[in-house]
Design a protein around this ligand. Sequence first.
Ligand SMILES: [Zn+2]
Ligand SMILES: [Zn+2]
Length: 123
Amino acid sequence: MSTLLTTARHDAYAGVRDRKLAAVLTAEDDAEETGFNPLERISCRIHRRWLHQCVHSQAHVIAVTGHRWCRDCQCPASVSVDELTGTVTVRCQRCLRTPDGPATRQLVRCCRASLANAQDSRR
Ligand SMILES: [Zn+2]
Ligand SMILES: [Zn+2]
């Protein structure tokens, strides 16, 4: 039974060409089941990509927690990722400031880790 479940899970990411990404997706899915915070993920379950590759999607705006969200303006923030320098910048689309707080720091940290892992797997 447990073997079947494992096989099904691996199949779920069979179409992901980056095998390291597929491995990280699987590992983070598993970790979530034992309490790993989904907001600490560096791979994205919805988009099946590295976090920094899909963080631009509306699905990554979480007003409740303040992820990609400016509380002052009640407005989504954009994320820019410079793959060469590894710089990740979060900026409110209205006031153009970086939303201050733990959610922004977490998002920047996870995007940097995602970028580093993706670059490793390309070597
Ligand atoms: Zn995503
Ligand atoms: Zn703002």
